[in-house]
Design a protein. Sequence first.
Length: 227
Amino acid sequence: MIAVIAILAAILFPVFGRAREASRRSVCQSNLRQIAQGFLLYLDDWNGTYPYRPLPNGSPNPFFWVGRHWRWPLQPYIAQGMGMVHGDPLKSNRATGVLYCPSDVSGEDTYDRTSYAYCACFFYPPEQIAQMRRSDLYPSGRFTPVPQKQSSVEHPSAKILVGEWTSNHAAPRQATWWGPGQGARNYAFADGHVAFVRAEDILPSADPADPIDVNRTRDGVRGRDIR
């Protein structure tokens, strides 16, 4: 009897694990649909201009693609209750809900419970994207962000707007957007639809040193991330 139970457990546990992960991936996709709708509502209110906000001291913000930065101007559009921690305008004490993928293995505090990143090509013009390297997504000072217009997006169904920063639903876990192109992620596109896309299906970026990085899509907002 014990042997039978052990055999059944060996068969059923992987099935239950796959079912649980499929459910979590579905929740993540629902999160991204709500976030994408939030972006579209923001565009309606801001004359078709994608969100961008400088750092609290007024200097340019190359970090805006990181979740703890872009989420603040989107907050009214995604019904996300957040409050500052110890007066830090970027740190939240309640970031959760639609901002957090239930399969995110990076840890709740790593990105302040925000699993999703916003593509930098929506706040840098294509001419700058063509010259950018990974270090320019940090305070290199080489480029000044310029929020782009919705009307400049030539392929909205093929242009990734926001997505999981790490590979949460496929091996290798925690692989990030850039690098050798590993894993797979849920992405929300500029037209509002959501898809699960493997890294090898993403078109090359403008930086040959980082062939996969949707922050730096070739031709910026005028380009494509998938065929």
